[in-house]
Design a binder for this molecule. Structure first.
Ligand code: MN
Length: 234
């Protein structure tokens, strides 16, 4: 059969040392650090919950470069959320369902620093009205991401500082060891709800300190062992 429109471009993220990672889906974990859950008005441990962004919401930024994000429409309260991103590799092909926690590391291709950019005012309105978060979370360029580091080079990440500065001023600070649901648990949970596949990205949640950013400001996200991600709003 012949395609009746031009085949959409597959979004890709650069991999440290060479190559590119084609993106299949973007899964995100909500409220996965206790202090951030508290700042959003929640205190009890709850089952993990997930939302998604379209694959082409990625804004890939090479190491040493600055990515430019257009300030999105419909909001006056764009928030930054720095997050560890887990990239799922070929090992997930055909067996990404009902993954046991001990098997989860095998599915990991690598890790990156990411930003779950959020139209917080629209999210608050959606929460209040019991409506979906898509417009608050899944907009174009809402997922800036740095180079993916292969797990062979980083080892399995379970601890390490995760921070975000805005124009050089510290805003967010946490440690990967503070994740409420760690990466193994997150992969296991996700794989019960969807079949994980090569090309999936998982944004694992953000530490406390989320706040608004405006045009002209520069965000620098860092995770120990993964370098930094620099994005400027325009
Ligand atoms: Mn988030």
């Amino acid at each position: 059969m012949t395609d009746v429109i031009t085949v959409p471009v597959v979004p890709r993220v650069p991999v440290r040392g060479g190559g590119e990672f084609p993106v299949h889906r973007i899964y995100c974990v909500g409220r996965n650090y206790a202090e951030h859950a508290a700042e959003m008005g929640h205190d009890a441990r709850e089952s993990p919950f997930f939302f998604m962004k379209p694959a082409d919401a990625v804004l890939p930024v090479r190491a040493g470069a600055t990515g430019f994000m257009d300030y999105p429409g419909l909001t006056n309260d764009l928030h930054h959320e720095v997050e560890l991103v887990v990239a799922i590799g070929d090992a997930a092909a055909g067996n990404g369902r009902d993954v046991a926690e001990e098997d989860a590391p095998r599915l990991i291709f690598g890790y990156a620093v990411g930003l779950d950019m959020t139209r917080r005012d629209l999210q608050a309105a959606a929460k209040k009205a019991g409506r979906p978060w898509s417009i608050a979370k899944g907009f174009d360029q809402s997922a800036p991401i740095g180079e993916i580091h292969r797990i062979e080079e980083t080892g399995e990440l379970g601890a390490g500082a995760i921070t975000l500065d805005v124009d050089g001023t510290p805003r967010q600070k946490g440690d990967l060891s503070d994740l409420i649901w760690n990466v193994r648990e997150t992969i296991a949970w996700l794989s019960r709800a969807w079949m994980l596949k090569p090309g999936d990205l998982i944004f694992t949640g953000t530490p406390a300190g989320v706040a608004a950013v405006g045009r002209g400001q520069t965000l620098t996200g860092r995770i120990a062992g993964l370098g930094e991600l620099v994005v400027r709003l325009r």
